[in-house]
Design a binder for this molecule. Structure first.
Ligand code: HEC
Ligand code: HEC
Length: 212
């Protein structure tokens, strides 16, 4: 789908972006596309321009990122501004629950590492800090957080000359030595998301009675 001629942010989002990022902007794991709903305007714009200008998604072997760059290269400045204004206005989507996805993680270790190594830029509650260019980490799924930290460590993101913000993350992720450490930190970040309301009690009795 080409974006030529489109100027309305909502239309651009629904016609182009939502196929990968979901109609609610909550992301799609099977397409490795992250949540973009409620991203801060300056961060979202900086990333899309980064994709367009070869700061991110410039390595063809890094397929998901490369595909996003191909999309960004088709957008005019006016279209970027319009679509960014739209995604910023979408309500944040809470990622799927910690309890379901995370077995064998050491949350206390994750908390300690986060507070020592991440909090100064991403804030104590992982809500991000616009002044530092650090995005919110709440609202992102575990698989995406793990993938991006790995990208920074491998030099697939944050290593293009002039990518000042990306370079900060390359430095900040280097100390993570193994998968367990990464899982502990990411699990702690997920635990900072607001918990969804518990579903109202069914009038037909407890759920256990249904599944046997
Ligand atoms: C073909 C699928 C696809 C389409 C269509 C697409 N994206 Fe993406 N987008 C991705 C993937 C995959 C990533 C993650 C890239 C990576 O891993 O580095 C991404 C990343 C992003 C990011 C960075 C998020 C972050 O937290 O850093 C933004 C912002 C974004 N896309 C916005 C858009 C907008 C706006 C559109 C519509 C104009 C769009 N995308 C269309 C696949 C897509
Ligand atoms: C010195 C400041 C700083 C520190 C410390 C830091 N970050 Fe970041 N982080 C950033 C900046 C700036 C970006 C945005 C990079 C860009 O523009 O591409 C970022 C981006 C990220 C992203 C990508 C999010 C997305 O939506 O694509 C993840 C994940 C992340 N940081 C996790 C962490 C974790 C986990 C730690 C601790 C181990 C950490 N960061 C420590 C500054 C920092």
């Amino acid at each position: 789908m080409s974006s030529a001629g489109m100027t309305d942010g909502k239309v651009i989002f629904e016609k182009i972006c939502s196929s990968c990022h979901g109609i609610d902007g909550g992301g799609k794991m099977e397409l490795k596309s992250p949540a973009i709903a409620a991203l801060p305007e300056s961060y979202a714009r900086h990333q899309i321009l980064g994709f367009r200008e070869g700061r991110r998604g410039h390595i063809p072997e890094d397929t998901p990122s490369y595909l996003m760059a191909m999309i960004a290269k088709q957008l005019t400045d006016a279209q970027v501004n319009a679509v960014v204004a739209h995604i910023t206005s979408l309500p944040r989507v809470v990622p799927t629950s910690l309890e379901k996805d995370w077995q064998n993680v050491d949350l206390a270790n994750g908390q300690m590492l986060f507070q020592e190594r991440c909090m100064e830029c991403h804030r104590y509650n992982a809500s991000g800090e616009i002044a530092f260019g650090s995005p919110p980490l709440v609202g992102q799924q575990a698989w995406y957080l793990m993938a991006q930290i790995t990208q920074f460590k491998k030099g697939l993101r944050g290593t293009v000359k002039g990518d000042v913000n990306g370079a900060k993350m390359v430095l900040s992720s280097n100390f993570i030595e193994d998968e367990q450490m990464l899982r502990d930190i990411v699990a702690y970040i997920l635990s900072l998301n607001p918990r969804p309301e518990r579903p109202a009690k069914s009038r037909d009795g407890p759920f256990e009675a249904v599944s046997r």
